[in-house]
Design a protein around this ligand. Structure first.
Ligand SMILES: CCCCCCCCCC(=O)SCCNC(=O)CCNC(=O)[C@H](O)C(C)(C)COP(=O)(O)OP(=O)(O)OC[C@H]1O[C@@H](n2cnc3c(N)ncnc32)[C@H](O)[C@@H]1OP(=O)(O)O
Length: 224
């Protein structure tokens, strides 16, 4: 999640991983752009590694060069995962997030748009997300749907954890350009029922239903 939303500390509820920082928003934006540029290159590295056919000696030379770069990055590290950080203006950043983290080359990344009642995202999945030949790994589909459905449930105003996620894989999801959507179906107390889908040019390939739960003590959130 990136942007302004409610945080547990606002209701004096401590939840691990949420870290308050005094970094001004302009500095967060600047650093995020710098990290995103590195991440984009690492993402290229992942794809290039999967698809390379260079000879063994060249693989070994590249490995040694990369090991030196890893050592340089290791000279200044967070003590653990990046967590979710936010500043006094409630600008939040979770650069390690597996689906949309700006510093996470494993993240496709997914850029979720919030319209009035629907969350949607367009993404292009390459070789790093393959399961069956030429098709998206089923766990990757579930991960992406979990995220966009969680964003729909949270609606940028409350915390919602996945309780139950049910997937229906209607046909293989081809690698390449895909469209994701998610919207709230109904709410019952702390339970938010969400529907989601992944589509290619031929229509839905995966459909999902989810029950997302607002943890006790977190802000219920007002209207959007
Ligand atoms: C802008 C923000 C973007 C954020 C997007 C992020 C999306 C990513 C979402 C995730 O991946 S979250 C990580 C994966 N999920 C978890 O790690 C959740 C782990 N489980 C928990 O933390 C708790 O089990 C949970 C908060 C889900 C529920 O614990 P509670 O103690 O609050 O539940 P409780 O037992 O009080 O039950 C409350 C209601 O929810 C129902 N319930 C509880 N667990 C459920 C469950 N797992 N599935 C379905 N319903 C469940 C329960 O039946 C009950 O219904 P009723 O009120 O009708 O009686």
């Amino acid at each position: 999640m990136t942007g302004r939303r409610s945080f547990p500390e606002e209701s004096a509820v401590g939840v691990g991983g949420f870290v308050r920082e005094d970094t001004p928003t302009a500095e967060v934006d600047r650093r995020e752009a710098v990290m995103a540029s590195l991440t984009g290159t690492v993402r290229e590295l992942i794809d290039a590694t999967i698809r390379t056919t260079v000879d063994d000696d060249e693989v070994h030379r590249i490995r040694d060069g990369l090991a030196a770069l890893v050592a340089r990055l290791r000279t200044a590290q967070l003590p653990g995962p990046a967590g979710i950080r936010y500043n006094a203006e409630l600008r939040s950043w979770n650069w390690g997030n597996a689906v949309m983290g700006a510093a996470n080359a494993i993240a496709p990344p997914l850029r979720v748009q919030h319209d009035s009642s629907v969350c949607h995202a367009d993404v292009v999945l390459g070789a790093a997300y393959e399961g069956p030949p030429g098709l998206v790994h089923g766990g990757v589909s579930a991960m992406l749907l979990d995220h966009i459905m969680g964003e729909a449930a949270s609606a940028m105003r409350r915390t919602a954890f996945t309780g139950t996620l049910t997937m229906r894989y209607r046909r293989g999801t081809p690698l390449g350009p895909l469209h994701l959507e998610a919207s709230i179906v109904r709410e019952e107390g702390r339970k938010i029922f969400v529907a989601g889908s992944i589509s290619d040019a031929g229509g839905a390939t995966v459909e999902a239903d989810g029950v997302f739960i607002q943890p006790v003590g977190t802000p219920a959130g007002g209207g959007r």
